[in-house]
Design a protein around this ligand. Structure first.
Ligand SMILES: *Cc1c(COP(=O)(O)O)cnc(C)c1O
Length: 403
């Protein structure tokens, strides 16, 4: 077993000997960065997702920053997103001088409530950024319809959702079930302009730190490449080249490059992605079986139109027990079970409060935050670990909620 420390964290990586060998091979090679592993990894991500292009970055955050910049987000623009996400989703737009507009979430999935988006669209709105919370795809068909109606861009923050899929609920005629062929992969950008991923160790595959953007748009692809490397290019020159050495800086860019060491690790991890997702889904199945109908909390549901990648397993503690969350977290920790809360609504952070966002802006999101508790979910978890979590959760909730 790759992991047998007693404490069970809420998430962690799974690295095997092949991953280690892939990294060692790069260390012995000529290129530690800007070498051949980058493009190989990019090609494999694009192929996996079914997108034309992929560009890797040194984090999920820089990937988001690159995607927003590539479509021209900037000062005077607004972008619509969810408050139930990691702060980076909104921060990357703030880097560019744009203003986040937060739309409330659905109670059941924690995803942006698509029925509330239209009311928040203004003349300044340029972009919608849905987040597939916990790996459960948002209703991309609806978001795409709105984007077409108002001429907006869509960037999926899929940092939770590598390996997830979605489809139209009623794919075939009335009464008929949608079949396997109707599934669309997250990252294929069939209903968005770009999709961003993170390769942080708690995510589906890891490169230590890292991220990627997929797209089918050639212009976005070229801009993502430039943005990642100082805004510099050797292609499509605007000036007459002075000689062979010549390159040009055409836009403001950053050093957001991934190393070949990381790309080799990512490539080796990607081979195992489907088995990682299967394992996450197996654990979710075990949890569902034991936890469904628990009087203290609700389990995460999975809609017929969604194939979740289960980045998280978010419990929703029922209203009358929400106050007991601190005691529940402490009780679980005592049993060596790690938990985390996803997320503090982004606009409740002091930085955003100072920008003028008020408490009560998204009441469902605030309630969601109050009740949410993520219990351990990662592919390297053994069946014994999962059983320990199940009995620990049942005992602690039973005791704290005095059942
Ligand atoms: C992890 C994450 C990010 C940021 O990714 P990093 O690789 O940590 O920079 C952004 N958005 C969401 C929803 C995430 O979970």
């Amino acid at each position: 077993m790759p992991y047998n420390n007693h404490f069970i964290p809420y998430g962690r990586q799974w690295i095997d000997e092949e991953d280690i060998q892939a990294v060692v091979n790069v260390l012995r090679s000529d290129w530690l960065t800007q070498g051949p592993e980058i493009e190989k990894f990019e090609n494999e991500i694009a192929a996996y997702c079914g997108a034309r292009h992929a560009v890797v970055f040194n984090s999920g955050t820089s990937a988001l920053h690159g995607a927003y910049a590539a479509l021209g987000l900037g000062e005077g623009h607004e972008f619509i997103t969810t408050p139930i996400t990691f702060a980076a989703t909104a921060n990357a737009g703030v880097y560019l001088g744009a203003k986040p507009v937060f739309v409330d979430v659905e109670e059941e999935t924690g995803n942006i409530d698509t029925s509330k988006i239209e009311a928040k669209i203004t003349k300044k709105t340029k972009l919608i950024i849905p987040v597939h919370y916990a790996g459960h795809p948002v209703e991309l068909f609806k978001i795409n319809e709105l984007a077409e109606k108002y001429d907006l861009f869509v960037v999926e923050d899929a940092c939770h959702a590598l390996g997830a899929r979605y489809r139209r609920q009623e794919a075939k005629g009335k009464g008929q079930k949608a079949d396997e062929d109707d599934w669309i992969r997250i990252g294929s950008c069939k209903h968005s302009d770009m999709t961003a991923f993170s390769f942080h160790p708690v995510k589906h595959i890891t490169t230590g730190e890292g991220g990627a953007v997929t797209t089918n748009n050639r212009d976005f692809y070229e801009r993502l490449l430039m943005f990642r490397s100082h805004g510099i290019t050797k292609k499509h020159l605007l000036n007459e080249p002075d000689g062979d050495w010549y390159y040009e800086m055409q836009m403001q860019g950053y050093n957001y490059r991934m190393t070949d060491i990381q790309a080799a690790l990512g490539k080796s991890q990607l081979i195992k992605l489907d088995s990682f997702v299967q394992k996450r889904r197996k654990i979710a199945g075990m949890y569902n079986k034991f936890f469904y109908g628990n009087p203290c909390f609700d389990v995460p549901g999975e809609r017929g139109s969604s194939f979740s990648a289960y980045h998280l397993y978010p419990l929703r503690i029922k209203v009358k027990y929400k106050e007991l969350k601190k005691a529940i977290v402490a009780g679980l920790k005592e049993k060596s079970i790690g938990t985390q809360v996803h997320y503090i609504p982004v606009y409740r952070h002091p930085f955003y409060r100072e920008m003028g966002y008020e408490k009560g802006l998204c009441p469902v999101a605030e309630d969601f935050y109050a009740g949410e508790l993520s219990i351990p979910m990662y592919p390297a978890m053994s069946d014994e670990d999962a059983s320990a979590v199940i009995s620990g959760v049942e005992q602690v909730f039973g005791k704290v909620c005095k059942l």
